[in-house]
Design a protein around this ligand. Structure first.
Ligand code: SF4
Length: 228
């Protein structure tokens, strides 16, 4: 099974390079049906809007870490109410209060890798067991670590097809699409947050900085571990 899926991913990655995100999402929806879901951090609903058009009713996984800005939760609720998608909220095994008791306060400041592993990676892995393919909105222009993101690739850790329909788009493409279509955007974007994650690990970015420079600022960490 894995070998077949990997061959499918490799072929689609070549064939769909440069294709419009709608075409990539339609391919994934047609190929995997209900065994394909996307994830969204609710920074904006660009990928989710495209997916709703290409694969109506698609499941959209949101990782509710317990540390989100209120604006992010409001964006999730708007997406669920206004778009033709099924938002699925994944939660960690421990609440923030339980984690504080077990690991001490502010684990994110002392060991963000462990915090992300428990609050993001484990819940996503648990939920993705029911699917063959998953999609995300990551883009090559977001940071050097994402520069080689394939449009469709093989997630070797999860043995799944990974679909990145926006890989070739730039921030300008995303902004233009959002403005043209009146897409739901997290209100924090207007306040200078270019990439939005958990509140304790996210700051505004300055002009000229990478979109993800505001994530785990001042630490070596650049990724939460979902996309490696
Ligand atoms: S982004 Fe920060 S608060 Fe959120 S799970 Fe990772 S380390 Fe914890």
């Amino acid at each position: 099974m894995s070998r077949r899926l990997q061959a499918l991913a490799d072929a689609a990655g070549s064939e769909l390079e440069g294709a419009h995100p709608t075409e990539v999402l339609r391919w994934a929806g047609d190929t995997f049906g209900s065994r394909f879901a996307i994830t969204s951090s609710m920074g904006d609903a660009v990928l989710t809007s495209l997916a709703a058009e290409a694969a109506p009713g698609i499941e959209v996984i949101f990782l509710d870490t317990g540390y989100h800005f209120p604006q992010t939760l409001e964006t999730r609720d708007r997406v669920a109410a206004e778009l033709d998608v099924n938002v699925v909220t994944a939660r960690p095994q421990l609440t923030v209060a339980q984690q504080n008791v077990k690991y001490g306060q502010s684990l994110y400041a002392r060991d963000p890798d462990l915090c992300c592993a428990m609050r993001k990676v484990e819940p996503l892995n648990r939920l993705l067991r029911g699917y063959e393919a998953w999609g995300s909105g990551i883009r090559r222009d977001e940071s050097p670590s994402r520069a080689n993101t394939p449009v469709v690739g093989w997630d070797a850790r999860r043995h799944m097809v990974k679909v990145n329909p926006l890989a070739c788009w730039t921030q300008a493409d995303v902004d233009a699409y959002a403005a043209e279509r009146g897409v739901i955007v997290n209100p924090l974007v207007e306040l200078g947050f270019a990439s939005i994650g958990c509140a304790p690990c996210t700051r505004r970015v300055s002009a000229g900085e990478d979109a993800r420079a505001g994530r785990w600022a001042g630490q070596d960490k650049t990724e939460c571990g979902l996309h490696v």
